[in-house]
Design a protein around this ligand. Structure first.
Ligand SMILES: [Fe+2]
Length: 217
């Protein structure tokens, strides 16, 4: 599917994306922060402590990816507890910068068609931070994100869709939206989706946010 076709699909499911109003990045960031606080999870404490104070938001250059074609699927499968945030993301998605960490040589072209993330807090996101990064990960259906690791401590919060997650050599576990998944520094982890796409909030915390995630060989 072309990027233009993907954008048309997204616009059909999320009419606000068709340019009826400007996306409110500040509202998306506020809603993200509010969800994190509402979960009252100990693992989120250090990330909330390092959350940057409200500051001027930096403009970002929008960039689309093929994985955005799954936003309508994500929206259709969002539970009540995360629906407002999912809708807010849907409204803002085409004005956000969507990126991929890996190359086709590293991970395969099929994966790249079904993978992308967009940062809202961090070194390059609209809300600046050199201590934490926060953003949204999108994975298409039937997609396996292979085992990988990084120095940054990480939390994932699935927002819509279902996926199975593995930490270290543990068993694969289905984790539902609203679950707080913590990965310690250098802890290997992997995930795979089933019939539906996955939207998840991610958080990284490190003194060096320039690092890159490493795939296990
Ligand atoms: Fe990770």
């Amino acid at each position: 599917m072309s990027l233009g076709a993907a954008a048309a699909l997204v616009a059909a499911a999320c009419p606000a994306l068709a340019g009826e109003r400007d996306p409110d990045t500040g509202k998306l960031i506020e809603r993200t922060h509010a969800l994190m606080k509402s979960l009252r999870a100990a693992a989120l404490g250090p990330f909330l402590a390092d959350w940057p104070l409200a500051n001027e938001l930096r403009p970002v250059v929008p960039s689309a990816l093929p994985v955005l074609r799954w936003l309508p699927d994500v929206k259709a499968n969002a539970p009540a507890r995360t629906l407002e945030l999912v809708n807010e993301l849907c409204r803002a998605a085409t004005m956000m910068s969507w990126r991929r960490t890996y190359t086709a040589a590293e991970i395969g072209a099929a994966f790249l068609e079904n993978y992308g993330y967009s940062e809202i807090v961090g070194l390059s996101g609209p809300l600046a931070s050199e201590r934490i990064a926060c953003g949204f990960l999108l994975l298409g259906p039937e997609t396996h994100y292979p085992r990988h690791r990084h120095e940054a401590e990480e939390v994932y919060i699935p927002l819509a869709g279902t996926a199975f997650w593995q930490q270290g050599d543990g068993r694969w576990r289905e984790r539902l939206p609203g679950t707080v998944i913590h990965h310690a520094s250098h802890e290997p982890h992997a995930m795979r989706t089933g019939a539906h796409a996955l939207l998840a909030l991610y958080l990284w915390r490190s003194a060096n946010l320039h690092q890159r995630s490493q795939l296990d060989r």
